[in-house]
Design a protein around this ligand. Structure first.
Ligand code: SF4
Length: 278
């Protein structure tokens, strides 16, 4: 059985940057260091950070001093304001792609557009972006486009950074009939787009795909969905412990890819684990 790994699988630059910032802060500070929610959507990395003294917090009442790191997904501006009032030091690890989406949301909102965010309403990145559009943006999930949307004078559309280009195009196609003026800002992240393209290329060639990454990671879940959509048997796992011997029966080629929040060591462990079933 041959095992192929997507060359650029794993950490993107936004995640690398956030993790480096967090470890640097943890090393320098003698006081408590927190991240607002998980720094990235990978439980193993979050656990590692915890061991180094970087704790996760989601309730402001539980903290009143120390340093708070804003995660790669960004933060709602009103929450940031409340944190700053507590005189806590803030380290901003928001990914520049997410920042761009936040800035576009604000610009569109200020220019009088009804802002539409194409993505998942409960994802922290989308919740943060909403705050930059006065919390009045519509969130549209490409799987559940409402047919009864009213007609708008001006619609301004942005995407959750990790959305696939096809899903974004699909929603734009639907919205074109719903507004006199439709302005689209391409806020898709290049790293995710590249990973999706490379993953699809490999998934087309192999008998089975293993997608490694947090079950709570939107971009990892999306990679698995893309592979399944083209009919390649696919398993989304977080660690090598989830591999099952039966999956590999009769398979001659297996592809491995990973979400942008998956560390190299987890990918390597999975590759080694697969080789044991040879
Ligand atoms: S996946 Fe893209 S948007 Fe998300 S952290 Fe990485 S580079 Fe930034």
């Amino acid at each position: 059985m041959k095992v192929f790994v997507v060359r650029k699988a794993g950490f993107c630059f936004g995640v690398k940057r956030a993790i480096k910032l967090a470890f640097d802060v943890a090393k320098k500070k003698n006081e408590k260091v927190y991240t607002w929610g998980p720094l990235i959507h990978n439980p193993q990395v979050v656990e590692d950070l915890k061991k180094k003294g970087v704790c996760l917090v989601e309730d402001l009442r539980k903290i009143n001093k120390g340093t708070l790191i804003i995660r790669s997904h960004g933060i709602h501006p009103k929450i940031l304001e409340r944190i700053k009032k507590r005189k806590m030091e803030v380290v901003d690890a928001t990914c520049p792609f997410v920042k761009k989406a936040q800035q576009n949301a604000k610009l569109l909102s200020d220019q009088g557009y009804q802002v539409v965010v194409v993505g998942e309403a409960d994802h922290p990145e989308v919740q943060g972006i909403m705050g930059y559009a006065d919390d009045s943006a519509l969130v549209i999930n490409h799987n559940r486009i409402k047919k009864n949307l009213p007609h708008f004078e001006k619609l301004g559309v942005i995407a959750q950074t990790t959305l696939s280009i096809d899903a974004f195009k699909q929603v734009i196609g639907e919205l074109i009939e719903k507004a006199d003026e439709l302005k689209v800002c391409n806020t898709l992240c290049h790293a995710t787009a590249r990973a999706q393209k490379a993953t699809l290329k490999l998934a087309n060639k192999v008998n089975m795909m293993i997608v490694v990454g947090g079950h709570n990671s939107a971009n990892t879940t999306r990679l698995a969905k893309l592979c399944k959509r083209i009919g390649t048997p696919t398993h989304h796992i977080e660690t090598a412990r989830e591999l099952q011997r039966g999956w590999f029966k009769g398979k001659t080629t297996v592809g491995v890819t990973a979400g942008t929040s998956t560390p190299d060591w987890l990918i390597q462990e999975v590759v080694e684990g697969i080789k044991k079933y040879n």
